[in-house]
Every structure is written in structure tokens, then in C-alpha cells.
Design a protein around this ligand. Structure first.
Ligand code: F0G
Length: 421
């Protein structure tokens, strides 16, 4: 494993290729590249994943303003194509907190972003970079939310958008968004991983600019989830959370949160002992990251067949695993899988506290319940669960998990009779 993925206070040496204190580096071989001179998604030499690096990692004193761009000091630009995004609520869920039996539980509801998912945080930065590079056509493979965000931010930036979706496996709210924001929608007879293979080929051929989380700039925006959690938790409770639990698909958020913590440790703003334990949750039918953590593997095995009610994370080949696995391990976290039934129970339980999410989001609560039951999470822990997408993204799943409408006559007395039955 490269030292660049460790949680240490080592200041990065600034290479000659840096532009305004920003550059790209390979996480495997440490090769550095100019950030905006040409389009690049992986290392020219070893094909490793790239990450954005900064001459001056941020401190909390550097942040001012609102939303994602409050954290400009941690981003490659000062502003971007914005709708605006970020500043999502950190909900108190007292009934769940008591039922699960932990000291403090908060829910960071990323479904409250402009297109209803955390993807907006990455897109505001990614589309800004696309402008810098001068590309015309943006593209992504998607289980739905990335396509909705790409379509909206592309529309905002006046760019053409192309999205590849696994046919029949994307929740209707997400396709509706991509359609109305004027994306060209290609439905592939395959799963998400197949779609990503295709769009990567299109990107390598120079046909499109790829805005999946393989694009290192997307993850920069998504770091701001961690920055918001740390700032707000400290303001409210005078401490940082012990653990952050999140759904895992491509493992982009896991990688982004880890990078957020590493940069704060590098700048001296965060003590390594205060870094929250990153804890990933996958659906049982799509759990290659959990398998790698449980078996202690350095790499993941691609699952060719995946299935789960949580279609957003119906992913068998998490491309950011090389960034995310070291994060889970270095922070002392873990990963766990949950069944569709456990996901649906958590979906209902969150809704019962007024927090409406899509099924993938409920995995964080389902995972917490299970880890608490297994004694992995202690009663004295302070935990933040991430909920990544809004209830209306997947109306079918909400109908399935919720109450059925009842037909009544057009008559008040009959309605009274009906409700007192
Ligand atoms: N939750 C939701 C609602 C998502 O849409 C996704 C990913 C994840 C969790 C997983 O996040 O990839 O950072 O581990 N959705 C992508 C998409 C794949 O195409 O919308 P991750």
C-alpha cells in the first residue's frame, strides 16, 4: 500500500506540474500530473486511481460562506456551477437512538441536496473542472442518482449530457429527472458495472468527459459531507462523532470522507485520534467490499451477478475500493452487509421519524442496528449515519414498504364509519 493512503501528518512535496497549488497524483505509484492541462482519469504508468493533492491542506479557520463552496480552501476552485448544494440537515432521531441503544445518533440527510442526493456535491466541482478543460459532452454510467445530478448540473452549465443506465433497474424518480433535465438516456442490457465499462471506453476514446466517481474531482466535492459533519457535530456537542456509517456502492463517499480526514490531519486541524471510524454498509446481494474487509483482502473480487431492493447500490465492482479499503482499515472501521428485509425495516423506521429516504440510504441504519446487536458498536458511541438519497427518488419502493391507500365513498359519514372500523 502506498504511504499516500496513510493517516499521517506528512506535508505533500509540491511537484513542478502543480497549477495554483493543485495537482493529480497516482495513489499506487505516486506519479504526479498537471491537473487541467489534459484529460486523465487514471495513471499513465500503472493505471492506478488518481487523487487531487494540494500544497496547503485546509484547516477549519479557512472556511467561510455556505454550502459546498464554504469549503473552497479544500477544493480546486473558489466557485463552481452551483444550484446550490450542501448544508444538509443533521437530524436528531430520538426513537431510533433509544431503540438501537447508543449514546448519540444523528442522521446526515444528503437527500436534501438540490437533485435529492449527495451527488450534487461532486457535480458542482466536476462540472466546474469540465468547463476548465473545455469539454462539451459530459457522461456517466449510473444506478440513477449520478445521472440525475449530471443532467441537472450539465443543464445549468449549458453542456450536453449522456447517461448510461442498467435497463429496468433504475428507480423512476431518477430517470424522470435525467429526462426532464435533457440528458440523452441510453438503457443498457446489463448491470451498472457493464455501463461503467462502456462509458469508460467512450471517455478513453475522447468522446465524452467522464463524471463518475472514478473522476478524482467528483470526490473533492463529496469531501464536504465530512467537513459539514465535523463542524456541526463539534458546534452542537463539543466533540467529533466516534463513527460515520454509510451506504457503499462504488465506494466514492467512503474514499472522499477518508481523504477529508487525511487532509485535516495533514494540516494539523484534526488529531488522528479524533478521526471517526468509517463503517460501510452494503446489501447482501452486492457486497464485494464487505467480502474484502471480512477476508482481509487488499483488492476486491468483482461480483458478476448482483441484486438488491436498494438499486442505487446494486454494484459488483466498486471502482474506488483501492481508496476506500485503506480508509476503513486506517480509521478502525468495518463493513457489514444487510438483507433487503433489514433495509426495508430501516426504511420504515426512518420514515417513522419523518426522515424520508430511498432504500439504499436506509442501509446505514440497518447496518448500525446489526453492528450494535453484534456488539461491534458500543452503547457509549456517538454515531452519524449518512442517508444518501431522498424518498421520492424511488416511489415504487416507498409504495411497497408503506401503507396502501384505501378507497372510500364520497360521503363524510361513510368516511367516519370507515376510519372507526
Ligand atoms: N446511496 C445512493 C442513494 C447512491 O445513489 C449511491 C451511488 C450510493 C449510496 C453509493 O455511493 O458509490 O459513493 O459508494 N450511486 C451511484 C449512481 C452509483 O450512479 O447514482 P458510493
Amino acid at each position: 500500500m502506498s504511504t499516500s493512503m496513510e493517516l499521517t501528518a506528512a506535508a505533500p512535496a509540491v511537484p513542478a506540474v502543480a497549477d495554483n497549488g493543485v495537482w493529480l497524483a497516482c495513489i499506487e505509484c505516486d506519479e504526479t500530473f498537471a491537473p487541467f492541462a489534459e484529460i486523465r482519469y487514471t495513471c499513465d504508468h500503472c493505471d492506478g486511481l488518481l487523487e487531487v493533492r494540494y500544497a496547503d491542506p485546509p484547516t477549519f479557520d479557512d472556511f467561510e460562506g455556505q454550502g459546498v463552496w464554504r469549503y473552497a480552501a479544500a477544493l480546486p476552485f473558489d466557485e463552481g456551477v452551483s444550484l446550490p448544494e450542501g448544508d444538509t440537515p443533521l437530524h436528531h432521531v430520538p426513537r431510533l437512538e433509544e431503540e438501537i441503544g447508543i449514546k448519540r445518533l444523528r442522521v446526515k440527510h444528503e437527500g436534501m441536496n438540490p437533485t435529492g442526493a449527495f451527488k450534487d456535491r461532486g457535480m458542482t466541482v466536476g462540472v466546474r473542472v469540465a468547463q476548465e478543460l473545455g469539454v462539451g459532452r459530459l457522461a456517466c454510467a449510473s444506478t440513477g442518482n449520478t445521472s440525475a445530478a449530471l443532467a441537472a448540473y450539465g443543464a445549468r452549465g449549458g453542456m450536453e449530457t449522456l447517461v448510461l443506465l442498467p435497463a429496468g433497474k433504475v428507480a423512476s424518480g431518477k430517470i424522470a429527472q435525467a429526462a426532464l433535465h435533457d440528458a440523452r438516456i441510453l438503457e443498457v442490457d446489463g448491470n451498472f458495472d457493464d455501463c461503467l465499462d462502456i462509458v469508460q471506453e467512450l471517455a478513453m476514446a475522447g468522446e465524452v468527459y467522464l463524471l463518475n466517481s472514478l473522476n478524482p474531482f467528483r470526490l473533492e466535492g463529496q469531501k464536504t459531507i465530512g467537513l459539514e459533519i465535523l463542524e456541526e457535530f463539534m458546534t452542537d456537542h463539543g466533540t467529533y462523532p466516534d463513527r460515520i456509517i454509510l451506504p457503499v456502492g462504488n465506494a466514492g463517499n467512503t474514499a472522499a470522507l477518508y481523504k477529508c480526514f487525511r487532509e485535516l490531519v495533514q494540516s494539523g486541524a484534526l488529531d488522528p485520534a479524533d478521526v471517526p471510524k468509517l463503517t460501510g454498509v452494503q446489501a447482501e446481494g452486492a457486497a464485494p467490499m464487505v467480502e474484502a474487509i471480512e477476508e482481509g483482502n487488499e483488492t476486491i473480487r468483482r461480483w458478476p451477478d448482483v441484486e438488491t431492493i436498494a438499486t442505487a447500490i446494486r454494484i459488483g465492482n466498486p471502482v474506488n475500493a483501492p481508496k476506500a479499503l485503506p480508509g476503513i482499515r486506517a480509521t478502525g472501521g468495518t463493513a457489514i452487509s444487510v438483507s433487503d428485509e433489514e433495509i426495508t425495516d430501516a426504511h420504515r423506521a426512518l420514515a417513522g421519524e419523518g426522515v424520508g429516504v430511498e432504500p439504499a440510504s436506509a442501509t446505514s441504519i440497518a447496518g448500525l442496528r446489526k453492528l450494535r446487536d453484534h456488539g461491534v458498536v458500543g452503547a457509549d458511541e456517538q454515531v452519524v449515519c449518512l442517508t444518501t438519497g431522498h424518498l421520492l427518488k424511488d416511489p415504487e419502493a416507498a409504495f411497497e414498504a408503506g401503507n396502501d391507500p384505501e378507497s372510500v365513498p364520497d360521503d363524510a359519514e361513510a368516511v367516519l364509519d370507515h376510519i372507526s372500523e
